[in-house]
Design a protein around this ligand. Structure first.
Ligand SMILES: Cc1cc2nc3c(=O)[nH]c(=O)nc-3n(C[C@H](O)[C@H](O)[C@H](O)COP(=O)(O)OP(=O)(O)OC[C@H]3O[C@@H](n4cnc5c(N)ncnc54)[C@H](O)[C@@H]3O)c2cc1C
Ligand code: SF4
Length: 326
């Protein structure tokens, strides 16, 4: 499949990139390109301009800021995150999630920013133009109906990135830059849970950095994921757990799920279930139940919604027990 025609813009600095975003209203950002390039080939996007941000060196790398936490540039590759000694020791849940993304070659190219901003996926959408033309277009692109929830007006395409579930557990924030300036938002407020408008980002804004607070450094973390091919696939259900213990009791805990809703979501009620107590089979199972109730899988993906929800329950329980043993 060939690429559609577009004009490639290649800024070398963030200021130049922001300037270009201000000048062109219909720009598609490309970072590692591991998700965007196949989508362009499938004609899911036909933008007149593509903004290649890979040359912006100031957006690469991981930096520990004493007293504040860790700052990760949006262009930092998933391989760099997986191999960073202090991400592994301070934020193990992020390292665990990063190393399950796709395959080693894709992680060498794929960036953290691209993983956070990943487009939502659906079996009826991530197809070639020929396939979509013969089957009928849908709300997400060029149509007005949903094959997954007929009669509805909402797109339920599923968020299928791994690292955002881990980042939610760590209370991460993202920095966003655009012609109107720079702002910082909590990752939990970044996603909309709407499949065809997945994030609170305007057309002329980009994600520039991720901040991990010092407060969550050292939390024990586990990431578990269901996928078809163990060596390369997107998650069909994913669970991240981060918890802090003291004297055998849970001091703080968070669980987030991905690949079963149009956004990665924190599971509510986990802290109440675990805080101040030792982790037991019973309260880990209760957390699994809360996670399964938060999951709303539909027929957007391979495997049945029932199985994917059940695996969220099973993974959440196992991940809580495993995190408590660390
Ligand atoms: C075979 C295969 C398997 C895969 N398996 C997985 C998997 O298991 N888990 C998983 O999470 N992903 C998977 N992916 C998707 C992808 O490889 C990763 O999500 C990767 O991290 C995307 O990063 P990227 O830099 O390549 O993003 P790109 O492809 O460059 O961009 C992805 C999206 O993010 C936007 N974007 C990128 N950077 C920014 C930014 N800084 N600001 C604003 N918008 C931005 C782009 O416009 C685009 O919409 C898979 C892809 C393939 C082809
Ligand atoms: S959930 Fe519905 S509207 Fe969204 S991509 Fe799938 S079929 Fe299209």
């Amino acid at each position: 499949m060939s690429l559609p025609e577009f004009k490639l813009l290649r800024p070398r600095t963030l200021a130049e990139a922001v300037d270009l975003l201000g000048k062109h209203s219909d720009v598609q950002i490309v970072a590692g390109g591991t998700d965007l390039i196949p989508s362009l080939k499938q004609r899911l996007f036909t933008p007149p301009y593509v903004l290649d941000i890979r040359r912006i060196t100031e957006l690469r790398g991981t930096r520990k800021v004493p007293g504040q936490g860790t700052e990760i540039g949006a262009l930092t590759t998933l391989t760099e995150i997986e191999r960073s000694d202090y991400v592994r020791s301070d934020y193990p849940v992020l390292c665990g999630a990063a190393k399950t993304v796709a395959s080693p070659i894709l992680r060498n190219m794929g960036t953290l920013g691209g993983n956070i901003c990943l487009d939502t996926r659906c079996l009826w959408y991530n197809q070639s133009l020929t396939w979509r033309t013969s089957c009928g277009f849908c709300i997400k692109k060029d149509g007005d109906l949903c094959h997954v929830a007929p009669g509805g007006t909402k797109c339920w395409a599923v968020f299928s990135g791994d690292t955002p579930a881990a980042l939610l557990c760590l209370d991460a924030e993202v920095e966003i830059a655009g012609p109107a300036g720079t702002r910082r938002v909590a990752l939990r407020d970044f996603y909309t849970n709407v499949g065809d408008a997945r994030m609170n980002l305007t057309k002329n804004e980009m994600v520039t950095r991720v901040f991990l607070p010092e407060r969550t450094a050292g939390y024990h973390g586990v990431y578990r994921k269901l996928r078809l091919r163990g060596s390369i696939d997107y998650p069909l259900a994913g669970v991240a757990v981060a918890l802090k213990r003291s004297n055998g009791h849970v001091e703080d805990a968070r669980v987030a799920i991905t690949a079963v809703n149009p956004a990665p979501l924190l599971v509510r009620g986990v802290e109440k279930e675990l805080a101040g107590k030792p982790v037991t089979e019973e309260n880990a199972a209760a957390v699994g139940e809360l996670a399964a109730r938060t999951a709303k899988p539909l027929t957007t993906s391979a495997l049945t919604p029932e199985y994917r929800r059940e695996m969220i329950r099973v993974f959440a329980k196992r991940a809580v027990l495993e995190a408590a043993r660390k």
